[in-house]
Design a protein around this ligand. Structure first.
Ligand SMILES: NC(=O)c1ccc[n+]([C@@H]2O[C@H](COP(=O)([O-])OP(=O)(O)OC[C@H]3O[C@@H](n4cnc5c(N)ncnc54)[C@H](O)[C@@H]3O)[C@@H](O)[C@H]2O)c1
Length: 284
């Protein structure tokens, strides 16, 4: 069995490490900010999962500086053809940019769909594993590794830019559902009907489904991922000269309803259809 390297041991990297350890796959973690591991330890790893932060830059784009700096830091210690599997959420084209900078290494995009409130269950039981690889050999190695930690999940092999887009489009869809539920809740309230009375029956339609329809007392979507990934997709699309009118409306609408909810002195009262269920609205 190969040793798996993990760079960045936060919510995602810590879960990746525990899941491989539980599957009896040896791991080497490296997180200089947490004082864990050393770069040299990664030199024997044929695959390194990159799980470093990609926060929002002031213009809304994903700040990928830590992705590039951490790869720059470790690359000299890695053997030829080491696979760097990028789990961080990054703009489309990031893996291909890294591959052009470091042709000695193999870069792949294996986006993460875990939910921070139940990281292990959602990491090991995703609806699908998406592997964006530039070669069949890299795809096979990653499919084998992922099947050890997420055995029941179907694996889809695509190009890296496609895997990067799957992650961003998925989070944009989830954000849009939360935004839509919030708008519909306001409509229902105007007719004197609390949204939860409507939500359950709407969600039972299999074409719609029940997830991400809850309106919280904070309104809209929050958490570490949905707002930043939506804004990151908007910024990436703008760089590709597409204006995303709908995505921008969702982002602006979300900010407005959250500000409004925040500024209310009293938290939302019981009769108006709100129910504090953070999990559904913020994850993943
Ligand atoms: N948290 C989630 O629910 C979730 C879900 C899916 C995808 N993601 C994405 O995964 C990525 C990581 O998210 P997270 O929530 O685990 O972040 P996190 O902040 O919990 O963890 C990041 C870790 O990286 C470490 N780190 C920072 N700079 C480093 C460096 N130069 N070298 C090595 N390690 C470094 C930090 O010390 C920290 O422990 C982000 O791109 C995020 O968008 C997160």
């Amino acid at each position: 069995v190969v040793t798996v390297g993990i760079v960045g041991l936060g919510v995602v990297g810590g879960t990746v490490q525990r899941a491989f350890a539980d599957a009896d796959v040896p791991t080497q973690g490296y997180d200089p900010l947490l004082g864990i591991g050393a770069i040299e330890d990664l030199s024997s790893c044929p695959a390194v999962f990159l799980c470093v932060p990609t926060p929002s830059a002031p213009d809304g784009s994903h700040d990928v500086s830590v992705v590039f700096s951490s790869v720059g830091e470790i690359e000299r210690r890695l053997a030829d053809e080491t696979v760097i599997a990028v789990k961080s959420t990054v703009p489309p084209g990031t893996c291909d940019r890294l591959a052009a900078m470091y042709p000695r290494l193999e870069f792949a995009s294996v986006p993460e769909f875990l939910v921070a409130t139940a990281p292990m269950e959602t990491f090991t039981g995703p609806d699908r594993v998406v592997i964006g690889a530039r070669s069949g050999k890299t795809a096979a190695l990653l499919a084998d590794l992922m099947s050890r930690v997420a055995p029941a999940a179907p694996a889809m092999v695509v190009r890296p830019i496609e895997a990067e887009l799957v992650k961003l489009c998925s989070n944009a869809m989830l954000a849009s559902r939360v935004a839509m539920a919030n708008e519909l809740a306001e409509v229902c309230r105007r007719f004197g009907v609390p949204w939860p009375k409507i939500q359950g029956a709407v969600g039972l339609d299999r074409r719609i489904g029940p997830s991400h329809l809850t309106v919280t007392s904070e309104r809209g979507f929050g958490g570490a991922c949905l707002p930043k990934d939506l804004d990151g997709l908007i910024a990436s699309a703008a760089q590709a000269l597409y204006d995303t009118p709908l995505l921008r409306a969702i982002s602006e609408f979300n900010l407005a309803i959250r500000d409004e909810a925040n500024s209310r002195l009293e938290p939302a009262s019981a009769g108006d259809g709100s129910r504090p269920e953070r999990d559904l609205a913020s994850a993943p």
